[in-house]
Design a protein. Sequence first.
Length: 158
Amino acid sequence: MKGILKWPLIVAAAVVVLRVVVEQSGAPNSVSNIISVVALHLVIVPLYFAIRIAKSGLMHPYVTQVKLVALYVVLTRAMVLPTYWLARIYGWSQPRFAGLSGPDVSPLTGYIIVPFATAAVWIIASTVVGTVLGSIVIAVIGRSATKPAAAVDHEARS
């Protein structure tokens, strides 16, 4: 399992940068929303981890899934934080940056409270959803991997 985080984190970094470039080039929100870090850390990468874990035969696959998903989400959301700060500084108007700037928004709210609260919500939600989805995949792949061996063992006893 060594190095399992490397490529998902590289992809996440590329998606963060690409999303900002697309948004700032004036693309409609419907286009920029397709380029989603949330899709990566909520569903896609947890499923990738689950498949790799299930095929590896690790002793504690579910604990490994929780740890990998949680670490990946925290690192990915850390990559997103600077985009919130840049949005505050430059007054970007995309809906995902609502509440960061304006006459009634303090620097504390714009730089700390909103970005970190958003990160916390996504970290918790993605860890829960990614772990549940991943656990289902691990169980299904684990069950299908052990079925042929059980069938062979049953036939040997007959």
